[in-house]
Write a protein that binds this ligand. Structure first.
Ligand code: ADP
Ligand code: ADP
Length: 224
């Protein structure tokens, strides 16, 4: 799979130019989008997740037109937004099962299998009967990944997932992402240099809506 973003621009009604002619070619594997607060990362991530439209430009996931074929994209998309609400009184296992229903996994047996596999993969199997309100920040983020991975997405978008995590949780979370394999496009947005240098095979630096540099992580970070 290749995600091709070409000349994407977005100006908000208040005049903020959040994205200026963004062009990126993103292959399979872990791709880092590094930039400070306000750089335009969330705007780009929401656009890729078909939640908002740019003013100009085109985005293709292989031959799928992301901006017009939203149904097709959503079938193959996993998105972990920067801030996501969870139902604090729901148990992890029950809520994941519910999201699996929404994803169209209708048979109980199939859901049982998927939910168990994802809770094990995200190291939450032991916690499956706990309420989400009792989860730590890291556990919530790992649960968010489990939700995002329902339906085996070919495009996984995670927006600043390490922001509120303590160092141990951060390492655990990054290890989880790195184990996702090379068969899908995974885009990680972050303002933390180490997130990309430790994890990503390719990266871009974004600032004030513009791509400053696209490179292999170590080289780009050395030049900062
Ligand atoms: P990042 O995720 O890198 O912090 P954002 O994409 O959230 O960047 O924001 C880029 C710029 O666009 C910022 O100046 C932000 O204040 C502005 N912005 C984001 N969303 C909106 C919005 N809905 N309306 C107006 N301005 C916005
Ligand atoms: P980020 O941490 O990615 O920069 P923000 O805190 O900028 O995210 O944005 C949080 C929410 O507020 C988003 O939905 C964004 O679209 C909206 N937002 C951000 N800046 C503005 C703004 N200047 N005017 C209106 N909405 C905004």
């Amino acid at each position: 799979m290749t995600l091709q973003i070409t000349n994407v621009s977005k100006t908000y009604p208040n005049g903020v130019e959040a994205l200026k002619n963004v062009t990126l070619t993103i292959p399979n594997g872990m791709y880092g989008l590094l930039g400070p607060n306000g750089a335009g990362k969330s705007t780009l991530m929401r656009t890729l997740a078909t939640l908002q439209q740019p003013d100009t430009g085109s985005i293709y996931l292989d031959e799928i037109n992301v901006l017009t074929q939203q149904q097709e994209v959503r079938q193959t998309l996993g998105y972990l937004p920067q801030e996501f609400g969870l139902y604090p009184n729901a148990k992890a296992e029950d809520l994941l099962d519910y999201f699996a229903v929404l994803k169209g996994i209708t048979t109980r047996a199939a859901r049982k299998e998927v939910v168990e596999a994802l809770l094990k993969q995200t190291n939450l199997w032991e916690k499956r009967r706990q309420k989400l309100g009792s989860f730590s920040g890291g556990m919530k983020q790992r649960f968010g990944v489990a939700v995002a991975l329902l339906g085996n997405p070919k495009l996984l978008i995670v927006d600043e997932p390490t922001a509120g995590l303590d160092p141990a949780e951060r390492v655990r979370f990054l290890n989880l992402l790195s184990a996702l394999g090379e068969n899908s496009v995974v885009i990680l947005s972050t303002h933390i240099v180490e997130d990309v240098s430790e994890l990503c095979t390719r990266m871009a630096i974004i600032n004030k809506g513009q791509i400053l540099q696209e490179a292999e992580p170590l080289k780009a970070v050395e030049q900062l």
